[in-house]
Design a protein. Structure first.
Length: 393
C-alpha cells in the first residue's frame, strides 16, 4: 500500500511538471527548476532533469535552495537573480590562452525538428561578475545525435556544415552585461531529425571576439581570466508566424530619444537663483552624458561662479518616472540605480575641468520626487531628466 501511495505521488508530480511545461516549447525543464538528486557542489548540471554536459567536465547548476559556491543570487562567480524560477545553469565560454576547458549544456528535445520548418530559439545569459572577459560566440548547436567528448576539452567546429547548425544572435555582439540578463535569439531552419541541443562556444579562440573588462568594485574576489556565463530560460518553438519570434525586440529602456532644450536668453536683472535655474542641463533617456548643445549653459554657470568666488552650488540630479520604473525592472543595474548621481557628477566634472574648485560644488541624486513637469508625454518626461543648480546658503 505504501509503495502504491509513493507511485501515485510520483505520477502526480510528473503531471504537475508536464502541466508547468509550455506545451509549445520543445525544451524540457527549460529553467532548470526540476531537480533529481542532492545538489552539493559545482559541476552538477546532471542533477537537473533532462540536462547534462557533452564533455567530461560538467557544467554548473545554481539554486536559491543552496548556500555557498552554488547559491542564487550570490555564488562563487558573482551575483545574479534567476531569470525564471529559482535556479540557473553556468558555463565557461572562454579562457585566456585556453588555460581552462570550456563547459557546455546539452538536452534532448521533446521531439525531432521537422525538415524545412523554422523554429524560434531563445535563451538568456548573464556574464558573471568575476569574469575578466566577455565574448560573442555563445550559441545553440542542433544535432540528431548527442555530442560526446570523453575528456575535458573544447568542442570546436571547423567545417561549414557543422557551423551552419550553430545558431547565434547578432554577429559580433559581445555579451558583457554583468547586472542583467541578455537575450540570445534567432530563427533556425531545420534539416530534419535534429533531436539534441547543445549550448556553449563552438569556435576557436582566434575566431571568438572578446572584450576585457574592469573589475566590479561591489563584488569581492579576484577577477578570473575567463568568460563565465549564467544561462536560464531556454525555448525552442515551431515558428508558425514569422512575427512571433521577435529577436529585434527593443529593450524597455530604449524609449523615444528626446532631449529637452530651450535657447536661453537670460535677463541679467533676474535673481541669480532664477538665472541658474534657467540654465539647467537636460539628458537623453537613461543616460548621463553631456550633450554639446548645453555647452553654452555650462559656460554661463562657470562665468557666474568665477564672477562670484564665494558662491557654492548644489547640483541636483533628477530622473523621470519611467527611469524609476526601469530601476525596479533591473535592480542590479548599477548605471540605472545611480543615474541621478551620475548626471550630477558629470556636470560637476565638467565644471571642475574648467577651473571650478570641487569644494564649491556638491553633487546630489534627488531621484524622481521633484518633477519639473507632471505630464507623461515624451516631451514632459524630457523636462524631468535634468541637473539643476541650487545655491548653497
Amino acid at each position: 500500500m505504501r509503495n502504491q501511495i509513493k507511485t501515485l505521488i510520483l505520477l502526480l508530480c510528473l503531471v504537475l511538471n508536464l502541466n508547468a511545461q509550455d506545451e509549445n516549447n520543445l525544451v524540457l525543464n527549460p529553467s532548470f527548476e526540476s531537480i533529481d538528486g542532492k545538489l552539493k557542489k559545482l559541476t552538477q548540471i546532471n542533477i537537473a532533469n533532462d540536462w547534462d554536459s557533452p564533455t567530461a567536465l560538467k557544467a554548473d547548476l545554481f539554486s536559491s535552495s543552496i548556500s555557498g559556491d552554488i547559491a542564487v543570487p550570490k555564488n562563487i562567480y558573482g551575483k545574479e537573480f534567476a531569470k525564471d524560477g529559482q535556479n540557473y545553469a553556468g558555463i565557461l565560454g572562454y579562457s585566456y590562452n585556453n588555460k581552462k576547458p570550456r563547459t557546455y549544456l546539452q538536452s534532448k528535445l521533446v521531439k525531432p525538428l521537422a525538415s524545412g520548418l523554422e523554429y524560434c530559439v531563445i535563451f538568456h545569459v548573464s556574464l558573471a561578475d568575476l569574469s575578466k572577459y566577455a565574448i560573442d560566440n555563445i550559441g545553440v548547436h542542433f544535432s540528431d545525435e548527442q555530442i560526446t567528448l570523453d575528456k575535458k576539452g573544447d568542442i570546436i567546429f571547423n567545417n561549414k556544415a557543422e557551423l551552419s547548425a550553430v545558431l547565434l544572435n547578432e554577429k559580433s555582439k559581445i555579451y558583457k552585461a554583468r547586472y542583467k540578463w541578455e537575450t540570445i535569439c534567432g530563427i533556425y531552419q531545420a534539416d530534419g531529425k535534429e533531436r539534441y541541443i547543445t549550448i556553449g562556444n563552438f569556435f576557436n579562440n582566434k575566431d571568438t571576439k572578446y572584450e576585457k573588462l574592469a573589475k566590479i568594485d561591489s563584488f569581492p574576489g579576484t577577477q578570473l581570466a575567463e568568460a563565465y556565463y549564467y544561462v536560464d530560460e531556454i525555448e525552442v518553438k515551431l515558428l508558425e508566424d514569422p512575427n512571433s519570434c521577435n529577436c529585434n525586440d527593443a529593450p524597455k529602456n530604449k524609449r523615444e530619444s528626446v532631449i529637452y532644450h530651450l535657447d536661453v536668453d537670460v535677463d541679467e536683472s533676474l535673481p541669480m537663483s532664477v538665472k541658474l535655474k534657467k540654465n539647467a542641463i537636460y539628458f537623453d533617456v537613461e543616460t548621463y552624458y553631456l550633450d554639446p548643445m548645453f555647452d553654452n549653459n555650462l559656460n554661463y554657470v562657470i562665468k557666474i561662479l568665477k564672477d562670484n568666488p564665494d558662491l557654492k552650488l548644489q547640483l541636483n540630479g533628477h530622473i523621470d518616472n519611467l527611469e524609476k520604473e526601469a530601476i525596479k525592472d533591473d535592480p542590479e543595474n548599477k548605471e540605472l540605480i545611480n543615474l541621478g548621481n551620475y548626471r550630477s557628477k558629470s556636470v560637476k566634472d565638467f565644471l571642475m575641468k574648467n577651473g571650478i574648485s570641487s569644494e564649491r560644488l556638491s553633487a546630489q541624486d534627488v531621484g524622481s520626487d521633484q518633477p519639473a513637469s507632471r505630464g507623461s508625454s515624451p516631451f514632459s518626461l524630457a523636462k524631468n531628466r535634468r541637473v539643476e543648480f541650487i545655491i548653497i546658503k
